[in-house]
Unconditional design. Structure first.
Length: 293
């Protein structure tokens, strides 16, 4: 079973914490103790930091998406020992995790396959049970939370890049309560590791924001580009050969089935009214907090 411990920090020195719910959901940040290097170098440092601070096997959750593939590449480059876990819904998410299996085969990595009976997970009501406990309003997330409980070791998730978006000409950092519900789950179940490797340290977040590609973006030098969503592939690919792919949740096939008519999904509409908070901060204001004075 998953390694547990008295919860301390899910990001380095708890520099990133949240509070409240819905319209009152907020993010609180602490500054770093040094200026950041580039995002790649800070990623390597973070991998080694996790390795030195956790006395348990590190297990990287690999979905097959760009974010988690970047993370696995970073750990390989860092020289840190780790294992890889892939969550499987059987045929339902093969279109998503095929990239993870292909990557592992190419690099002679034997992945741990975590099977989740997704049909039973829905019809038994377990999906909404976890959603309520984790205060999660997105139905695609609880099945991953269920899979995490079956991992033996410290669970390291990539999650997503520090996301910056153009709001009517104003470049702002955006965080959502639904994505950060993984933090709730780690705390609820005392799970060792981090659900947010891609922003594990303040230097990683600041380093990403200061990447030349992101700075061009926020200086409006890339016409037609309105967020970091497509730019991150360019940033990740500066050091690794990452094939472009569509962004999947693993639920695309399920969403075409009658399982989506189950009454549990109506309950997610109620959860959205309570746990669908969004937090925004202006790009420069965010940097002013993260960078040491």
């Amino acid at each position: 079973m998953v390694q547990t411990f008295p919860i301390s920090a899910l990001t380095h020195n708890n520099y990133f914490t949240t509070s409240g719910h819905g319209s009152r959901w907020k993010v609180k940040l602490k500054s770093g103790d040094r200026f950041p290097d580039n995002y790649y170098k800070e990623s390597i440092r973070a991998a080694r930091l996790l390795d030195s601070s956790i006395d348990a096997p590190l297990v990287l959750l690999f979905s097959g998406g760009l974010d988690s593939e970047y993370m696995v590449n970073v750990f390989i480059k860092s020289g840190v020992e780790f294992k890889v876990a892939i969550i499987s819904y059987g045929d339902y998410n093969k279109h998503d995790n095929k990239y993870a299996f292909e990557f592992c085969k190419k690099r002679n990595i034997e992945p741990i396959v975590i099977d989740v009976d997704i049909e039973k997970f829905i019809t038994s009501g377990r999906i909404i049970e976890i959603a309520n406990e984790a205060k999660c309003c997105a139905y695609q997330i609880p099945s991953i939370m269920e899979g995490i409980l079956k991992v033996d070791g410290a669970v390291i998730m990539a999650n997503g890049e520090p996301y910056v978006k153009n709001f009517d000409g104003d470049w702002r950092w955006e965080e959502t309560e639904r994505v950060n519900s993984y933090m709730n789950w780690y705390k609820q179940k005392n799970i060792l590791g981090t659900p947010d490797f891609l922003r594990y340290t303040p230097q990683m977040t600041a380093g990403f924001l200061l990447e030349p590609r992101v700075m061009k973006l926020v200086n409006n030098e890339l016409p037609g580009k309105l967020s970091t969503r497509t730019s991150k592939h360019i940033i990740y690919s500066q050091n690794f050969d990452l094939a472009k792919r569509s962004k999947f949740t693993g639920w695309e096939k399920l969403e075409q089935t009658d399982f989506m008519n189950n009454e549990v999904f109506r309950e997610f509409d109620l959860l959205k009214k309570k746990y669908d908070g969004v937090f925004e901060m202006q790009y420069q204001a965010l940097l002013d907090i993260l960078l040491p004075t």
